[in-house]
Ligand binder design. Sequence first.
Ligand SMILES: *Cc1c(COP(=O)(O)O)cnc(C)c1O
Length: 395
Amino acid sequence: MTVRSGREFLAIPGPTTVPDEVLQAMQRPALDIYAGPMLQLTETILADLGKLFRTDGRCYIYIANGHGAWEGALTNVLSRGDKILVLESGRFALGWGETAAQLGVEVEVLKGDWRRAVRPAELEERLRRDKAHAIRAVLVAQVDTASGVVNDIEALGRVMKSTGHPALFMVDTVASLGCMPFDMDGWGVDVAMSGSQKGLMTPPGLGFVATNERGREAHRRANLRTPYWDWTFRDGEEHYMKYAGTPPEHLLFALRKAMDMIFAEGFENIFLRHRLLAEAVRRAVGVWSEGQALTFNIAEPGERSDTVTTVLMQGGHDPGALRKYCSRKCGVVLGTGIGELSGKAIRIAHMGHVNAPMVLGTLGVVEVGLQALAIPHGKGGMQAAIEFLGASVQA
Ligand SMILES: *Cc1c(COP(=O)(O)O)cnc(C)c1O
């Protein structure tokens, strides 16, 4: 017996729901790769990426996922044997650091905790101890999609400045760009990277890297550069150089449409929509937590991301069974716990093309699952989410 027939809803933190308009934008023939319309498409997308990252620096488009963009960012600014510092707050900055280690970079992890954000004071202490300036770059994820934390990039950027340490400040925005405020130039970020398939509502397959002048200066000395990722090649005169080959045309048609939708809604509205929908999720989880079987992974309310909520399951209750119930019986696919939280958590994504029915529907299904599986939970989680939205989204 199921109630899943109908449109399945993907509540996983990437890939996210692709809007119909974006899917439809791909239903068209390819363009001449040498002629005006293709060249203009590249030009507008590069300009708009700068607006998304909020930088006057340069942006690069790779045919790659986030892991590819990690490599694109690292190889352009580092050399074999360089030392970098990775700020732990979940899985993703660590993964970026592991990529660096495989490239021959010496990686130090600033030990953090999967249940909280990076503490700026701990970064400050480590940078001040590095009197010889051996650390060449500091890597951090704005939102760690595994733990559900949001790091205060602005505060970390202030530490980079106030210590006068010359390391590059490199930020992963895969799970935050286009959903939560990011201000690359204003916050002193030197290199930022992202991907198409989360907040940007586009199918997986495009990776983005942005750099300021300090990043480009480091690029001139970097010896990890390889032909495909290399910024210098991509800065060349010919249009094909922007992609080091054939442009991923249909993904670019999709991205163009997604960007049009983002600019039509406006950043302020988008950020507010994410904040409200995330808070609705948090209100529900807060009530469910009263049953002691579920709890927020991120302890501090102010450190919980507006794009994904990681919910721990304790007391021997199985998150796998809840996920299975929600997807097989009700057609909602929840995210699974990953890394240290594998087998211990569910993740509810609320990023990109999401609205009230999608989020309330997801919460309702989770509550149905908690009920059906007799997982102890405070009653009225959905109600709390509804009351919050009813009070916040005014007529
Ligand atoms: C999803 C994600 C990645 C990895 O992206 P892929 O496209 O899966 O390679 C990197 N960083 C963060 C913060 C992510 O959420």
